[in-house]
Write a protein that binds this ligand. Structure first.
Ligand code: SAH
Length: 202
């Protein structure tokens, strides 16, 4: 693949990372503001959770940024056909669209950590109608885009590899927390939705 295309794919992924931060920014700010205003009804932040967040951040932002902005990982580059990068662009665009939509649907119930606020409402509309964790679906799509756009053993695979333990540790705890708080309402919601993709059979 010509160097200019390799550079273009790197640039597109870099722009994608900035777009992720732009989508999350207003939600982060609101969460911070409200966190100061009222005590949380239930918040589950442990040292292990912080370590997992750092792991995901390293794989999905630190390592790809080092790759895009420095030549340090270039020794681990490999060749892939151009159409693979094309698929990466589609994955990236889908990830951003879904991420934006899910944040809009979750609204003030969004939080960076696992927490239930005093006026927490169970969201079952928009993309949450058929998927329980559309934000995590978007993150997997983003990791896939990273692998398809950055043709490098370290930077391309870091997101997929480092997000996996984070995902596996977080989702059961999140669903347990939702079940404890919303009970039957969440159980029946689980029965009609899929975790990452819509359920085929009802
Ligand atoms: N797992 C979801 C949400 C991630 S944000 C997703 O991938 O889209 C994490 C917070 O969202 C958790 O603290 C939880 O309180 C909240 N949350 C998750 N699912 C929710 C739902 N259906 N309705 C309301 N809040 C939800």
């Amino acid at each position: 693949m010509p160097d200019t295309l390799r550079a273009t794919f790197k640039l597109l992924f870099f722009i994608g990372l900035i777009a992720v931060e732009v989508i999350r920014f207003p939600h982060r700010m609101r969460n911070k503001r409200e966190r100061q205003q009222k005590r949380l009804a239930s918040e589950r932040v442990t040292g292990a959770q912080i370590a997992l967040d750092m792991l995901a951040f390293t794989g999905m932002e630190v390592i790809p940024l080092i790759y895009v902005l420095t030549p340090w990982f270039n020794f681990a580059d490999y060749e892939l056909p151009v159409w693979v990068g094309g698929l990466g662009v589609i994955a990236l665009a889908s990830a951003l669209g879904l991420l934006w939509r899910a944040h809009a649907d979750l609204g003030r119930n969004w939080s960076p950590t696992l927490e239930i606020t005093p006026e927490h409402a169970l969201v079952t509309r928009g993309v949450y109608r058929s998927i329980r964790h559309p934000i995590y679906t978007a993150v997997w799509l983003l990791n896939l885009a990273q692998a398809l756009l950055l043709h490098n053993w370290i930077a391309g695979l870091a997101g997929l590899v480092l997000f996996l333990p984070v995902y596996l540790a977080r989702v059961p705890r999140e669903e347990q927390m939702m079940l404890e708080h919303f009970g039957e309402e969440y159980r029946s919601y689980m029965n009609r939705t899929g975790r990452l993709i819509p359920r085929l059979s009802r």
